[in-house]
Write a protein that binds this ligand. Structure first.
Ligand SMILES: [Ca+2]
Length: 388
């Protein structure tokens, strides 16, 4: 019994041993046919952090994936045995993967030198803006001119006066002064711009711009009114086909009930200028200007109809800035056609040419000669000012 048991144990041991050898021999070797590196070319800077190169084994389930990573020159780059490439100095070299001394694949590494920021300057260094101005963007000039890293950190010393965006755009907030500082992310070079924000308070070069002056409180233009009626030739070059009636600014004061019934009011104050219904008409003022300067202008206009019909009448209406004299030239003409009984702002800008020291600010209408349709124009709150 004892002998039999010992024989049985020996037999069992033999079976286990044979099985183990058999199983071991069943685990087949799958050879590595090759590898592919990704990317095949890599551009880094001499101060870049280590970059990974990925390796793909073919076939993916090969049993021997023991490879060696090497570089063709360790003075340009180094590479770790898990594929991390580190720059050493500018140049071009290869990372090569070997197995058993045979090269399988390579990746070209270009190490570029870093061009350091030495200094920066802002353009402009001082900036004046109105509270109503659109944002202005400051320009950064680098020395040397094309550094590797161009990142800038912006700040404003008083953000209640003006703010600065991450891109260097200045937005006014309120009147005052603030210093905007730019700091180069690479090296910390700084530059500043002094910002001055002032309230927008243009000097109106027009007299009696809202038609509130007592001198014009009649149904016709006063002899000394700054507003003058236009003559035919002022309206349009081919105005000869129309009949001109002199503009009667403030003529609406005689028929106040008409405006009340229509629910119409001046844009500000009691009065508005009026170009008569059913006629070609216009008013102007002469304004002294400086050659080379830019001026902005505006007027509020309202189209009205005095007859009862609702038929439309084709018209042209213009706010023009013209030179004066026999050979008067239109510098800018803004065409408008406001909806009936509704005020509309018309505006524009003009830069005065050399040799011109006085211009005409004029508002005009031109009607088709169709009877009984009688549209007219109201004018109020005209403005003409010089930009700083
Ligand atoms: Ca007015």
């Amino acid at each position: 019994m004892l002998i039999k048991n010992q024989k049985s144990k020996i037999k069992n041991c033999l079976i286990v041993a044979v099985l183990a050898v058999f199983m071991t021999s069943c685990k087949e070797d799958i050879a590595l046919n090759g590898v592919r590196l990704s990317p095949t070319e890599l551009v880094i800077f001499e101060d870049s952090q280590p970059q990974r190169i990925y390796i793909h084994y073919y076939p993916h389930n090969s049993t021997d994936q023991n490879v060696q990573w090497e570089t063709t020159s360790s003075s340009v780059i180094t590479v770790s045995q898990d594929g991390m490439v580190s720059p050493v100095s500018p140049g071009e070299e290869y990372v090569v993967v070997f197995q058993n001394g045979l090269p399988l694949d390579s990746c070209k590494i270009i190490v570029q030198p870093v061009i350091r920021v030495e200094s920066i300057a802002l353009v402009p260094t001082t900036l004046a803006m109105f509270t109503s101005s659109s944002p202005r963007t400051l320009t950064v000039e680098f020395t040397p001119s094309e550094p590797t890293y161009t990142g800038i950190a912006w700040s404003s010393s008083n953000t209640s006066v003006a703010t600065v965006s991450p891109g260097g755009s200045i937005t006014p907030v309120s009147a005052g002064t603030t210093t905007v500082t730019a700091v180069a992310n690479d090296g910390g070079a700084t530059a500043t711009c002094e910002i001055t924000i002032t309230e927008f308070a243009p000097v109106n070069l027009l007299l009696n711009p809202g038609f509130e002056s007592p001198a014009d409180a009649t149904t016709a233009l006063g002899a000394d009114s700054p507003w003058r009626p236009m003559v035919m030739a002022d309206l349009t070059p081919d105005a000869g086909e129309f009949t001109l009636t002199t503009a009667h600014v403030n003529a609406n004061r005689t028929d106040a009930q008409f405006w009340i019934d229509r629910g119409l009011e001046s844009i500000e104050g009691t009065y508005a200028g009026r170009l008569p219904a059913g006629n070609n008409a216009g008013v102007y003022q002469l304004v002294n200007v400086t050659p080379g300067k830019t001026y902005e202008f505006r007027a509020f206009v309202l189209r009205f109809r005095t007859n009862a019909t609702n038929q439309s009448q084709i018209r042209e209406e213009f706010l023009r800035i013209k030179t004066i004299g026999d050979d008067a030239e239109t510098l800018v003409a803004v065409s408008y056609l406001p909806p009936e009984d509704t005020w509309m702002e018309v505006n524009g800008s003009v830069t005065i040419p050399e040799g011109v020291t006085q211009v005409r600010f004029q508002v005009s209408q031109r009607d088709e000669a169709i009877p009984l349709k009688s549209p007219g124009t109201l004018i109020d709150n005209a403005l003409f000012y010089e930009l700083p």
